[in-house]
Design a binder for this molecule. Structure first.
Ligand code: 5GP
Length: 174
């Protein structure tokens, strides 16, 4: 993925507060573009199609893979997620800095194709705090929460692959 802008990959376990930290960072820097991913997950209350995600069916997602429309994609806790290629290529070519908020598998895939991409992992202050945040969000069933928590342990075990690790103790500082 060439271009003049900087490509940044922002990762972290479910519930760590990636969305809140990114929102705060973007409020201070209007030049950053956040890539809107495609997903087969059902929208959570309040999520808007085209803004939070492009919500698609599994068939539509598979077609996007087949026609090479995704820069990377991964399965996460039973749903598919992917980064639309064209939007990020266009933004990078225009000189915008682009942030991808994606999972660990996606980060590995992007870094292998674009070694200049900067990778950042957001860590919770503790596992207990992470679980508290996922439960407090209240958008997932217990079985899904357990699965996301298990995935979080796996993801946190891979932090050495990132260029930077940030602890989200305080949103402003993070
Ligand atoms: P959530 O369902 O909580 O919105 O997202 C679940 C996980 O999927 C998060 O770790 C999120 O960063 C990741 N994710 C979101 N969009 C993408 C994407 O386009 N590609 C990949 N690989 N992961 C994504």
């Amino acid at each position: 993925m060439g271009g003049k802008g900087l490509l940044t990959v922002f990762c972290g376990p479910s519930g760590v507060g990636k969305g809140s930290v990114l929102k705060a960072a973007m409020a201070k820097n209007s030049g950053i573009k956040l890539s809107v991913s495609v997903t087969t997950r059902k929208p959570r209350p309040g999520e808007v199609d085209g803004k939070d995600y492009f919500f698609v069916t599994i068939e539509e997602f598979k077609k996007m893979i087949e026609s090479d429309q995704l820069a990377e994609w991964a399965e996460y806790c039973g749903n598919y997620y992917g980064t639309p290629r064209k939007a990020i290529e266009d933004d990078l070519m225009k000189g915008h800095d682009v942030i991808l908020e994606i999972d660990t598998a996606g980060a590995k895939s992007i870094k292998s194709k674009s070694p200049d991409a900067v990778t950042i992992f957001l860590l919770p202050p503790s596992f207990d705090e992470l679980k508290r945040r996922i439960v407090k969000r209240g958008t997932e069933e217990l079985s899904v929460i357990e699965k996301r928590f298990e995935t979080a342990r796996m993801e946190i075990g891979l932090i050495e692959m990132y260029d930077y690790v940030i602890i989200n103790d305080d949103i402003e500082k993070a």
